[in-house]
Ligand binder design. Structure first.
Ligand code: ADP
Ligand code: MG
Length: 331
């Protein structure tokens, strides 16, 4: 009798049941978080693996830190002549150029011409001389993409590109497509500041925290969301404070070739400076470049851009730590 119960209990634990599944891995220089609901939890490891593999695949192709990535190859060769590129890279560059156009160059993947000389962990930046010298090579118009031939050429041989302002948003979208292909209907995927939510949290909304830009232990806001993407750009993720007490961070103003001014001073224009930008919209492929763009554009021009677009909302925090919302969030 006792043996029978033991066997029954074994069957009960090995048979599948529905549950939430969690995974967290360090990829793309950040933490990838995954949470999803599966009706048959024995399938969870396979699903989770497929999603994390996709992040790793994209990282291997687009990382500027991996010498054998497609991006690194392009940065070595496209200044010398047209290079053949993958359809995926062509699509991401095309989207980037679309946002360069829409933002008057605030979003510009050629920021990397100077950005690649910065090392935030080592506290290293480009000096004024090299900045002045290379600034003309920072210009999205140097990037010539032939979508039909699938080729890329940089018109200035010094130009370099980096897709750090769009790749994570693209990746969370890809992750959601993979989850959907497995029949998953409720999930949350995030890579650093870019998150995509599939469905709701089974009867309640997902609660997404926007971090306080000057206090890591606090949220500045918590927002209920479902079936959407949200991307946050801030000057507090990757930065160091230089000898002049300047915050040297990772979001560049392509017009100056330097990190976007965010420090609080005593001038009126500080009201326009932003230190945190969150954009809500259908896909990470758009919310990610838009959060970077609005950050560079500043409060007035940034919010005006979001008001122009359908399906997008913004939550911004200015240099005086005041929070503002686009009109669709104000009720
Ligand atoms: P995070 O990487 O923390 O999610 P963002 O989405 O704002 O933050 O992306 C910042 C990244 O975008 C930088 O690390 C850099 O790779 C890239 N980037 C910085 N400035 C620009 C810019 N003006 N246009 C396009 N990409 C940029
Ligand atoms: Mg972004």
């Amino acid at each position: 009798m006792r043996i029978f119960f033991f066997i029954a209990a074994l069957f009960a634990t090995s048979s599948s049941h529905a549950d939430w599944h969690y995974d967290k891995q360090a990829i793309m220089g950040t933490e990838v978080h995954l949470q999803f609901w599966v009706d048959d939890d024995s399938r969870a490891p396979v699903i989770s693996h497929a999603v994390m593999d996709e992040f790793r695949r994209i990282d291997a192709a687009l990382s500027p830190y991996k010498e054998d990535s497609e991006l690194s190859r392009v940065n070595r060769e496209a200044g010398k002549g047209a290079v053949k590129i993958s359809q995926e890279l062509a699509d991401i560059i095309q989207k980037s150029l679309y946002y360069s156009d829409k933002t008057g160059g605030a979003f510009d993947i050629t920021f990397a011409t100077l950005g690649s000389l910065y090392d935030f962990r080592k506290g290293q930046k480009a000096d004024q001389k090299i900045t002045d010298e290379l600034l003309p090579a920072v210009n999205f118009r140097h990037v010539e993409l032939d979508s039909k031939q699938q080729t890329l050429v940089f018109r200035d041989p010094r130009t370099k590109i980096d897709l750090g302002g769009i790749a994570k948003g693209y990746s969370v979208d890809r992750a959601v497509s993979i989850l959907q292909s497995f029949g998953v209907q409720n999930a949350s995927v995030s890579a650093g500041g870019d998150a995509r939510l599939l469905g709701d949290k089974r009867g309640k909304p997902w609660l997404i925290g926007i971090r306080h830009p000057r206090d890591r232990s606090k949220n500045a806001a918590v927002i209920p969301l479902e079936n959407t993407a949200i991307s946050t750009s801030g000057d507090y993720e990757r930065f160091f404070i230089d000898d002049d007490d300047h915050r040297v961070h990772h979001i560049f103003n392509p017009a100056t070739g330097q990190p976007t001014e965010t420090d609080t001073g005593d001038t009126g224009s500080d009201q326009d400076k932003l230190i945190s930008v969150s954009i809500i919209g259908p896909q990470g492929f758009d919310t990610d470049p838009l959060s970077t763009s609005v950050f560079v554009l500043g409060k007035q021009r940034g919010l005006a851009l979001i008001e122009q677009l359908h399906n997008f909302e913004a939550i911004v925090i200015d240099a005086n730590h005041r929070m503002f919302f686009s009109s669709g969030l104000q009720q």
